[in-house]
Design a protein around this ligand. Structure first.
Ligand code: PLP
Length: 350
């Protein structure tokens, strides 16, 4: 289904983590709530001590952070641009393209992409699935394409070789948002050397649980990367935040431990939600991703589950009414596992 969208979207995209809304709707205080409405790891990288001078001085260019990122992501250091969260890169990139163009955007996915391209005056054409994206590119209906791989919240994952082939056939850029790719076995990074129109976004906010650091990465050899770097100079990054993220990227022992516990927690989540689906809401489809699990299906069933958990002060992310498909995303509970299990159990029995 290809839905041309209006270019004057003015409403800001909604996000998880909106506990203020949870409190307005269901009451309680911030501390009463278990927030499972994002895909941020419940086990954040433990921040190392930060020297007081990092707070005092203006930040130096983030050279050592770029080295650490190049090593962790597996690309040339030259390709790394550090941005204050990958979010800012998402907003800025479309503004750097010379003229209004057409871009393929996932129908369901992190809504900031469509918003940013529309805001910058480009025409967005939505696709659902790789076949529709292929058609848009093959028919030359779009100059650029955005792919979220794996997708949040649909969990869809496109083979990197297929994306590389698509990138070659585009006249413009292919932006691949790999914010949730740390647990994946493949990355588009391996195609950076050969695809000049490839732009990859990575985010230490999810796997490393460092969303508050506001550090993100753009990896590319496209000239847009240089433009973004220039725009962000000087001093757009916090030196203490860069220091913490650099430590996280260099700590391979911690990363191995993190992978293992996320895998285990994800399996547990699938088990628990499968019971809910089987016993109460067989119309729902369960789609697991490492850091979250999404449920797709009828609006009523999803709302019932969302509300049942919210009444027990557990906040999950329900799609916005503007979206054409209904879904519910649930993040990993971490140390609140038993609270989550008890709440699910009581929702099932209710
Ligand atoms: C798919 C995706 N990309 C990018 C981002 C932005 O993350 P950050 O700015 O923390 O790097 C998010 C945030 O939720 C996301 O879900």
């Amino acid at each position: 289904m290809v839905i041309p969208s209006i270019n004057s979207q003015s409403e800001l995209p909604a996000h998880g983590g909106d506990l203020d809304r949870a409190i307005t709707q269901y009451g309680g205080q911030m501390t009463d709530w278990l927030d499972l409405s994002t895909g941020i790891s419940p086990w954040p990288y433990p921040p190392p001590d930060v020297e007081a001078t990092l707070w005092q001085h203006l930040p130096q260019a983030p050279n050592t952070l770029c080295q650490a990122a190049a090593r962790y992501y597996g690309c040339e250091e030259l390709y790394v641009v550090v941005s204050p969260g990958s979010q800012l890169a998402i907003r800025l990139l479309p503004t750097l393209l010379p003229k209004p163009t057409t871009v393929a955007i996932p129908l369901i996915g992190y809504q900031e992409h469509g918003y940013a391209w529309q805001r910058a005056g480009h025409q967005t054409l939505h696709y659902q699935g790789l076949a529709e994206l292929n058609a848009l590119v093959g028919n030359k209906q779009v100059e650029h394409a955005v792919v979220i791989n794996p997708n949040n919240p649909t969990t869809e994952y496109y083979p990197t070789v297929a994306l590389s082939d698509l990138a070659r056939r585009l006249s413009g850029v292919m932006l691949v948002d790999e914010a949730f790719a740390d647990m994946a076995t493949a990355s588009m990074v391996e195609y950076l050397d050969t695809n000049e129109n490839l732009i990859i976004l990575r985010s230490p906010g999810k796997f490393f649980g460092l969303a508050g650091a506001r550090v993100g990465f753009l990896l590319s050899r496209n000239q847009l990367a240089d433009q973004l770097k220039t725009l962000l100079m000087p001093w757009s990054l916090s030196a203490p935040a860069c220091h913490v993220v650099e430590s996280a990227l260099r700590d391979s022992d911690w990363q191995a431990m993190q992978k293992q516990r996320i895998q285990q927690a994800s399996q547990k989540m699938v088990q628990l939600l499968s019971v809910v689906v089987k016993r109460r809401q067989p119309d729902l489809e369960l789609r697991p991703q490492a850091l979250f699990c999404s449920l797709f299906g009828s609006k009523e069933s999803l709302h019932e589950l969302h509300q049942g958990l919210a009444e027990r002060k557990i906040w999950t992310r329900l799609n916005t009414p503007q979206e054409p498909v209904s879904w519910l995303r649930i993040g990993l509970p971490g140390s609140a596992q038993s609270r989550f299990e008890a709440a699910l159990d009581s929702v099932i029995k209710q």
